[in-house]
Design a protein around this ligand. Structure first.
Ligand SMILES: *Cc1c(COP(=O)(O)O)cnc(C)c1O
Length: 357
């Protein structure tokens, strides 16, 4: 596969902005141990806020952070894109591959809402192929719905809001038979206790994997998303991103988290324990019709009178997500796994709720 065919011709031709920190990165040759004198980026050299480093622009290539992530994921730094949340990766992938008012993406509802929103903002069409009633992807239906203008597919696995993994063979079929980019969004993979797609990067040059610091790493506030793909694909994303898209504070916080792997593993274990608690407690509640099995840090739960349950919970100070208007999700609320106290309170409130006859 010629990877050049995956991208807009004008994007491939584009000469990117070259920032001061592009043109000078690395060490200056003043005596050993001496810091370089940086008079190239119009920064304030006095650091008036007294926060070492914040007066300087961040590393536009996030070199140190990428090396650390490369070690963790056992891939090469050239296979990593870092962005201002996964949202940035979604935006740039659409931007790089789809011509506005010409091309389209394909999504598999019910799924994450950002793919369609980002496409719409860019004037890119959206082709929808619904998941089956058990929330699986039908690869033949997807392939049949492709048009010459379909450039990019977004598969979310584990899927938000349904919580299930998408069948590997279905995704592999798309990777083999679709000649555009196939994005597998693994935002929730840490909770799946199953292998993801990183090991398949060498086999499928059109595969892009997205992961994030927002969920299992507990760092939604720093906005750091990752995309993993062939170096040529990563190169295109790097070319069109804002030069300083990942700020200094974010890079620092991410590095700190990566250097405490045990804390991360521990919270994932605790979230899995709490998920099991909710999976066991929820079916005993009269208002609950069905608890869908979950490989993520949330549960999709079908209720009798879902709207009433939603409002009742809100009145009691518990906010969940109403997903009942999504296809295949009638009566469903999405409930994030909380702390033990939060989960117990949720169950207790649901138990005492009175249903209409
Ligand atoms: C939460 C979530 C993300 C993470 O987005 P960020 O911008 O990295 O916070 C990505 N994809 C899906 C499906 C999600 O649910």
């Amino acid at each position: 596969m010629d990877l050049k065919t995956l991208f807009r011709e004008d994007i491939l031709q584009l000469v990117p902005y070259s920032s001061a920190r592009d043109e000078f990165s690395g060490q200056a040759r003043r005596g050993a141990g001496e810091a370089p004198i940086l008079l190239d980026a119009n920064e304030n050299a006095f650091d008036p806020n007294g926060r070492a480093g914040l007066n300087r622009y961040p590393d536009p290539h996030q070199k140190v952070l990428k090396e650390e992530i490369a070690r963790w994921k056992e891939i090469s730094p050239e296979q990593i894109f870092l962005g201002n949340g996964s949202d940035e990766a979604i935006d740039l992938l659409i931007r790089a591959s789809c011509r506005p008012f010409e091309d389209e993406i394909m999504i598999f509802p019910p799924t994450y809402g950002m793919y369609a929103v980002q496409a719409r903002i860019q004037g890119v069409g959206i082709r929808e192929v619904l998941l089956t009633p058990d929330f699986q992807l039908d690869p033949e239906a997807a392939l049949a719905a492709l048009t010459p203008r379909t450039r990019l597919l977004f598969v979310c696995s584990p899927n938000n809001p349904t919580g299930n993994l998408i069948d590997r063979e279905a995704i592999a079929t798309l990777l083999r038979r679709f000649s555009g980019l196939v994005v597998v969004d693994e935002a929730y993979l840490d909770f799946a206790e199953a292998p993801g797609w990183l090991g398949e990067l060498e086999r499928y040059p059109n595969l892009v994997i997205m992961q994030t610091f927002s969920k299992a790493r507990g760092l939604a506030g720093i906005r750091l998303g990752m995309a993993f793909a062939h170096p040529e694909i990563i190169g295109v994303l790097n070319k069109i991103k804002f030069p300083y898209n990942v700020n200094v504070l974010t890079q620092k916080a991410a590095l700190k988290s990566l250097r405490q792997p045990e804390t991360y593993r521990q919270t994932v274990r605790e979230i899995l324990r709490q998920r099991r608690f909710l999976e066991q407690a929820l079916p005993a509640i009269p208002a609950v019709q069905r608890v869908y099995p979950s490989r993520a840090n949330f549960l999709l739960v079908q209720f009798r009178q879902a709207r009433k349950v939603f409002q009742y919970l809100r009145h009691q100070g518990i906010i969940v997500r109403d997903r009942s208007r999504l296809p295949g999700c009638q009566g469903c609320l999405r409930i994030t796994v909380g702390t033990p106290e939060e989960n117990q309170r949720l169950i207790q409130i649901l138990q005492t709720m009175e249903l209409e006859p």
